[in-house]
Design a protein around this ligand. Structure first.
Ligand SMILES: [Zn+2]
Length: 134
């Protein structure tokens, strides 16, 4: 038995790529060329068809609030904030939060759009109300 001395690919590779793009201010999701569907959270194998033909794509950014929760927090700790599940135009759902509006005013079905913000030195996707939506 021989021991390979070349580096194995890092299991967290795609997540690391995702985070690095975010840190640079870019929000990316994956797209499968095997079945032409969007994939999120980042992974190696397409959850729809099992292919490993996943590439990066920049989502349109528009989405809809699927569910919303107000997390209570003391004012001195930053006040209440919102945790929401957002359905992107591309057909994937992600957990994020809606900013630019009172946490309790976020509504299911509300049109939102993604933006990348920096928090504790790391890129993070948040959503703001999309006022241009019909
Ligand atoms: Zn696929």
């Amino acid at each position: 038995m021989t021991v390979s001395d070349h580096k194995e690919s890092v299991p967290q590779g795609v997540e690391a790529q995702y985070r690095q793009a975010l840190d640079e201010g870019r929000f990316l999701i994956q797209h499968c060329t095997g079945c032409d569907r969007a994939v999120f959270y980042p992974r190696m194998i397409c959850p729809h068809c099992g292919a490993d033909k996943l590439g990066w794509t920049t989502p349109d950014g528009r989405g809809t609030v699927y569910s919303t929760t107000v997390v209570r927090r003391k004012p001195e700790a930053g006040g209440d904030y919102n945790v929401a599940l957002i359905d992107l135009q591309e057909g994937v759902r992600l957990m994020s939060r809606v900013e630019g509006i009172a946490a309790a005013d976020v509504r299911i079905g509300m049109a939102v759009r993604a933006q990348v913000t920096q928090q504790n030195g790391q890129g993070l996707v948040v959503f703001v109300p999309n006022k241009e939506a019909p």
